[in-house]
Design a binder for this molecule. Structure first.
Ligand code: NAP
Length: 306
């Protein structure tokens, strides 16, 4: 690992993904990042305490004074990771972009961390969340010219993928839209967090910065419903469960007629069409060459821990 030291500010660093990001910087990547600032609306929360105990400096976010607080929080910071949820106010989104643009930050991670929606297939009726993410990404890149702005796509998180993809481990039933052998990518939150830290180090090092794309895809594991069913049977010592397969076309047609609202339906349809498979054209070897930094968590590992 490079001997250079850096500083990072994490927005949403107490959250579902964010706490893993905070912990990765505070533990495995501590020698590269002695300064970790986590922005939170409530520094007294249990999640904020847990991170502070590991060495993070907490910065209290106050919506009424956001521009000033962000400006202060981004001072002397090399990397900003935006792990805020999509539903935060437009005003807050704009305040983050404005403060990041004004700062001397060198690397900025967009609030992506999901499907690679650049390849999604709903022309004219894409999901509002993805349309919004694309708008914010374009605006951030325009306003942060001269800084490295990275979108990291990792597919579904393990825990999320199980709940939304029709996988019921308890009942040992697996429901796919379309073919149950269609594969999709899923990554553990810990590995997403480690990848962010590694990309930050690579992007900050003048010798490797040119290797880091603006749009980065990773795929901790790529599996189908059938493969998950077989993994559960192996790991839990149960018989191979039932597979259900639903016709994809009515689901796709329903979204065409009623675009918008149902995010999980969008995910399931695009995954059924093979667009959730990030196993090709990804940056796994750049991020973690030959698994030199960590072993990617497998679906087997995840099932064993359930
Ligand atoms: N790939 C996947 O399967 C998947 C699944 C879920 C999310 N994601 C992505 O991961 C990223 C983070 O999502 P997440 O679910 O981890 O976020 P989250 O846990 O919902 O929120 C992260 C943190 O943001 C702060 N926060 C929450 N609501 C806020 C508000 N209205 N205004 C200001 N701050 C607020 C909270 O911190 P404090 O209370 O400490 O302020 C919270 O701990 C997003 O880009 C999301 O799209 C991906």
């Amino acid at each position: 690992m490079s001997a250079a030291t850096h500083s990072v500010a994490i927005l949403g660093g107490t959250g579902g993904l964010g706490k893993h990001i905070s912990l990765a910087f505070l533990t495995e990547f501590k020698s590269s990042f002695p300064t970790v600032r986590v922005l939170t609306r409530d520094p007294s929360s249990a999640a904020a305490h847990a991170i502070a105990e590991k060495g993070a400096t907490l910065v209290k976010l106050n919506e009424s004074d956001l521009p000033r607080i962000l400006e202060e929080a981004f001072k002397d910071i090399d990397v900003i990771v935006n792990a805020l949820p999509v539903h935060i106010s437009e005003e807050a989104k704009q305040a983050v972009i404005y403060a990041a643009a004004k700062s001397d930050v060198k690397v900025y991670f967009l609030d992506e961390f999901g499907q690679d929606h650049r390849v999604e297939g709903f022309p004219g009726s894409n999901h509002p969340e993805w349309i919004n993410k694309q708008r914010i990404a374009a605006e951030t890149r325009r306003k942060l010219q001269g800084k490295k702005v990275i979108a990291l796509y990792c597919g579904l998180f393990f825990d999320y993928s199980l709940t939304v993809m029709g996988v019921d481990v308890e009942k040992n039933v697996y429901s796919a839209y379309g073919s149950p052998s269609q594969r999709f990518s899923t990554t553990s939150k810990t590995d997403v967090a480690r990848s962010i830290a590694r990309l930050a180090i690579l992007a900050l090092d003048p010798a490797t910065a040119h290797k880091v794309p603006n749009d980065v895809r990773i795929a901790g594991a790529t599996v189908s419903h059938e493969e998950i069913r077989d993994i559960v049977a192996r790991v839990k010592g149960v018989s191979r469960g039932e597979i259900h397969s639903e016709d994809l076309q009515p689901h796709k047609e329903a979204l065409r007629q009623n675009p918008g609202e149902n995010f999980i339906e969008y995910l399931r349809v695009i995954i059924a069409e093979g667009k959730g498979n990030l196993s090709l054209d990804n940056a796994m070897e750049l991020v973690n060459p030959g698994e030199a930094f960590w072993k990617w968590t497998t679906v087997e590992d995840h099932m064993r821990a359930l």
